[in-house]
Design a protein around this ligand. Structure first.
Ligand code: AHR
Length: 519
């Protein structure tokens, strides 16, 4: 451990020069070891997946404005949103729900738009005019280069409807459904990568018991006919948060037919679903409780994965955390924009912690889909008519895109604790990965809203001499980007990392995310 005896004074001067020194933490260096000599599993890029449900302004106004809109668009998709999504390399999009999916008839959403039926959106209120349907979704994915993940209607649908939907999308021959697709404007079949067989089958998907659902899953799985050489990955509807009994039963009864099983977990700042807390007006107690919620993902994955190990020790079956994020009260004045919430620096820190945890479990977690992509819950992007703003969460996905398909490198963190009242959590969170070009990326997150840290990063098994970094922070825990002030929380160049005696010393500001590229 001789490498740790570096010049602490120099490190503290570094912090002071950035104006972030704090009495409380001065002298208490945090030690991070990156085990570059012990590479782990690949961080599947699909961990950076998105979820887009037909609700509120998630689709209409957020992604789809129609070809005749005065808002600049590409064949009906907002150009600003498409460009922003491309920039973060969205790897996969889950659609059309959510709870919406188990009441969705795919046939409503194909054919001439002006002839599509208008239905009640029974899950989320308002009306669904079906202008955004199968063609619009599959073409959007193609436009931004994302894989496709359809949630299949199991609650009120049938295996026949599912098979026909899959055939409509993927058939290359001269079947009636392929002809119908061509008549509707798409000659070539699309690539369908994933299907979810039902959504939250324990709740809005049909209030099923796991034993019953396992049989229903087996029935549906039997009738998934993928085109030759283009397998469709089948994802079973998994547990709500810590309900490991659900995972256990479904894995035991249907595990051999499952490619992945899902897990849903939302962080509610107050812990009370009837009053979840504000996205913008919160105190340090709720800052802490929200970060604790994000940290809980580690235990959740470990517990579900341990149950899966009983039936699948080789980890053939993936865990797909296909709904996660912070869920607050709806933004006052959001009107019919259901589940519209603002997004602060707290969301960014929380997202970074969660992504770190997914990396650490990359051997089991093969996909994750934050809820949701635009204008709903912990969104990447908010829109209001022609205006658009990128959220702090967006910028974490932007900084972290370097981890997509990187090889995870184990990381130990010692010496940092953030305390608030009687509660304490690790003060610094970290992750690391090596990309295909050999560059090692290290992310450091400071959970403490008041104290900067000096972080000494030791890179075992790596000879490196150059470092570049980016920093995401803001003046307040509650700092947000608005349509009028869109640049309050956005990444800046970071020059607070220096090599010396084989150790990288990082002056990590309070409440911040730093991503370093090390060569
Ligand atoms: O993301 C919002 C809702 O949360 C989804 O529709 C549902 O699956 C979950 O309960």
């Amino acid at each position: 451990m001789a490498g740790w005896k570096i010049n602490l004074v120099a490190a503290l001067l570094l912090i002071s020069s950035q104006g972030h020194a704090s009495q409380g933490h001065a002298g208490t260096a945090v030690r991070v070891t990156v085990h570059a000599d012990q590479p782990g599993a690949v961080i599947h890029r699909e961990i950076y997946g998105q979820f887009a449900e037909q609700l509120g302004r998630g689709i209409y106004g957020g992604i789809w404005v129609g070809e005749d809109s005065s808002i600049p668009n590409i064949r009906g998709y907002r150009k600003d949103v498409v460009d922003a999504l491309k920039a973060i390399k969205v790897p996969v999009i889950r659609w059309p729900g959510g709870c919406f999916a188990d009441q969705y008839d795919w046939h409503d959403g194909v054919g001439p738009r002006d002839q599509r039926p208008v239905r009640l959106n029974a899950s989320w209120g308002g009306q669904e005019n079906n202008h955004f349907g199968t063609h619009e979704f599959m073409d959007l994915a193609e436009l931004i280069g994302a894989k496709t993940y359809l949630s299949i209607n199991v609650g009120t649908g049938s295996p026949r409807e599912m098979s026909q939907w899959i055939e409509y999308i993927t058939a290359d021959g001269d079947t009636s459904l392929a002809r119908e697709r061509r008549a509707n404007g798409r000659d070539r079949p699309w690539r369908l990568d994933y299907i979810g067989i039902g959504n939250e089958m324990w709740g809005c998907g049909g209030s099923m018991r796991p034993q019953f659902y396992a049989d229903v899953y087996r029935q549906y799985a039997t009738f998934v006919h993928a085109p030759e050489h283009k397998p469709i990955i089948k994802i079973a509807s998994g547990a709500n948060a810590d309900d490991v009994a659900w995972t256990d039963t479904v894995m035991s009864l249907a595990g051999s037919q499952i490619d992945a099983i899902s897990l849903h977990n939302y962080t509610i700042p107050t812990g009370d679903w009837s009053h979840k807390g504000s996205a913008t007006h919160f105190d340090e107690a709720q800052w802490m409780s929200t970060l604790q919620g994000a940290l809980h993902m580690d235990e959740l994955i470990a517990r579900h994965s341990a149950v899966m190990d009983k039936y699948d020790p080789s980890k053939r079956v993936g865990l797909a955390v296909d709904e996660w994020g912070i869920w607050t009260d709806q933004e006052p004045g959001a009107g019919d924009a259901a589940l519209f919430q603002q997004n602060s620096l707290r969301d960014a820190i929380s997202a970074a912690i969660t992504l770190d945890i997914f990396h650490a479990h990359a051997d089991r977690v093969r996909m994750a889909n934050i809820a949701q992509m635009v204008n709903v819950l912990q969104a990447m992007i908010l829109t209001d008519k022609a205006k658009m703003v990128l959220t702090p969460t967006y910028y974490v996905f932007d900084l972290y895109k370097v981890f997509q398909d990187a090889t995870s490198l184990p990381v130990d963190v010692q010496g940092a604790t953030y305390r608030y009242g009687a509660v304490s959590v690790p003060g610094v969170h970290a992750t690391a990965g090596r990309d295909a070009a050999g560059v090692v990326h290290v992310a450091l997150v400071n959970l403490d809203p008041h104290h900067a840290d000096t972080v000494q990063v030791r890179l075992d098994g790596l000879r490196a001499s150059s470092v570049q970094g980016k920093l995401l922070t803001a003046p307040q825990m509650t700092s947000i980007n608005t349509f009028d002030q869109p640049h309050e929380v956005q990444p800046t160049a970071f020059d607070g990392a220096k090599f010396g005696a084989g150790i990288l010393t990082v002056a990590l500001p309070s409440k911040s995310v730093v991503v370093l590229d090390i060569r």
